[in-house]
Design a protein around this ligand. Structure first.
Ligand SMILES: [Zn+2]
Length: 412
């Protein structure tokens, strides 16, 4: 029986969202938390963008060291052979790529304005797939941008051409959030049956249907005999109204009425990391988690009205579909209400030693302490928000990697 896998795109779709962004260290922590959670793949960035190079290389080093394992780290680029070549020049160790090109007439006509037709779209894409194969890539996903406004016959032709040239998956992008669960089910099932490779569901929330469409699309892929790869972002952060929220999709796939009886997750996904990753993403992006967010919102397990409070106290299952403990909630949180010493971009060694000492980190020498302090200062310059404990611990544990993440050299 085919299975459902999660392919998180926070570090690509999430960070390209207007008004939002993450530092390279924050992106790295997202990858680490996704790995701890058992997410199959992270679309970890843009291999043809210069300021991403050292971050991407550093994360591939973490993978080689076993820190970012077993998660797959995949880069997103345009489906053009020259972009594939540039990606390999800038990030030689890249092994997984998603290649993206627009497939709808709206976008072919509206973006290329007569310079490209449908045949050009397919030939650009297969040239890119061939180039990636020739350069030794291990896995290739091919993205049909605006697939939901693309005729099914052309999508099948596009998918078959991708498969013939060695693509491993086809990404069905509902780029504008136009689908509903009924239309996406039919489209993805037809693609699974006729193309015969695993299908990714990339859904947006412009109509409030991103999670529902992801689940319906996954059912379509599996009913069509193929694995389903649901694209998610942490807290649903992504272009415009956002993407399918990672935690909500996991909850929907595992807790909704009867779904998991037939449609199961591949690998083991640790839902109990949900609280940690959602809170970190909220902090790093600077966006509060909505109170009514599934699973991780402040009200997800709050009860006040007489009948509900009485019912949930007698038996939580009266008014709760799942337990807060399953999401990793319930630990008390300590907030300093008195004096605080914070590590920042202008910190000195004494305050820094105090902060690190509270986390039981000590240094072998004065030089080592100064080196880690210098890295923490630069990390704070990049984030402009106080570093969280895991960031400080990461810098102390992997100073060489941290230095790479913090090195930005424009216009060289
Ligand atoms: Zn998107």
């Amino acid at each position: 029986m085919p299975k459902i896998y999660f392919l998180d795109v926070t570090n690509r779709d999430g960070v390209q969202t207007a008004k939002l962004g993450l530092s390279k260290l924050e992106k790295t922590l997202i990858n680490i938390y996704l790995n701890e959670m058992g997410v199959f793949q992270s679309e970890f960035g843009f291999p043809t963008t210069r300021h991403e190079s050292l971050y991407l290389q550093a994360n591939l080093e973490l993978a080689a060291m076993g820190v970012l394992r077993p998660i797959r780290l995949e880069g997103w680029i345009r489906a053009i052979a020259s972009d594939v070549e540039t990606a390999f020049k800038m990030v030689p160790n890249i092994r997984h790529l998603n290649l993206s090109i627009s497939t709808s007439d709206q976008m072919i006509d509206g973006k290329f304005q007569g310079r490209k037709n449908r045949d050009d779209i397919i030939s650009d894409m297969v040239e890119a797939v061939d180039a990636a194969r020739a350069l030794g890539v291990e896995s290739i996903g091919v993205n049909a941008e605006d697939a939901s406004r693309t005729g099914l016959d052309f999508l099948i032709k596009f998918g078959l051409a991708a498969k013939e040239h060695g693509a491993d998956r086809l990404r069905y992008c509902d780029t504008l959030g136009y689908d509903n669960p009924f239309t996406i089910y039919e489209a993805i099932r037809a693609l699974a049956e006729n193309v015969g490779i695993p299908i990714e569901q990339h859904c947006h929330g412009d109509l409030g249907l991103a999670v529902a469409n992801s689940i319906a699309g996954a059912k379509g892929a599996i009913d069509g005999g193929q694995d389903a790869y649901i694209n998610t972002t942490v807290n649903g952060i992504g272009e415009r109204a956002g993407n399918a929220d990672l935690v909500a999709v996991i909850l929907a796939a595992t807790k909704s009425k009867g779904f998991a009886d037939k449609y199961q997750l591949g690998g083991s996904v640790k839902l109990n990391k949900a609280w940690k990753i959602a809170r970190f993403a909220s902090y790093a992006f600077g966006i509060p988690i909505p109170m009514n967010q599934p699973g991780v919102g402040a009200n997800a397990f709050a009860h006040s009205s007489g009948i509900h409070a009485d019912g949930v106290l007698k038996d939580p299952e009266n008014y709760e579909l799942y337990s807060f403990k399953e999401l990793g909630r319930g630990e008390p949180r300590f907030v300093e209400t008195g004096r605080e010493i914070i590590a920042g971009q202008y910190s000195g060694i004494s305050g820094f030693r105090h902060v690190m000492g509270k986390m039981k980190v000590s240094f072998a020498s004065k030089e080592e302490a100064n080196e880690v302090l210098e890295l923490a200062r630069y990390a704070n310059v990049a984030s402009q928000t106080p570093l969280v404990e895991d960031e400080l611990l990461f810098i102390a544990k992997y100073p060489k990697i941290a230095k790479k993440l913090l090195t930005l050299t424009p216009l060289e």
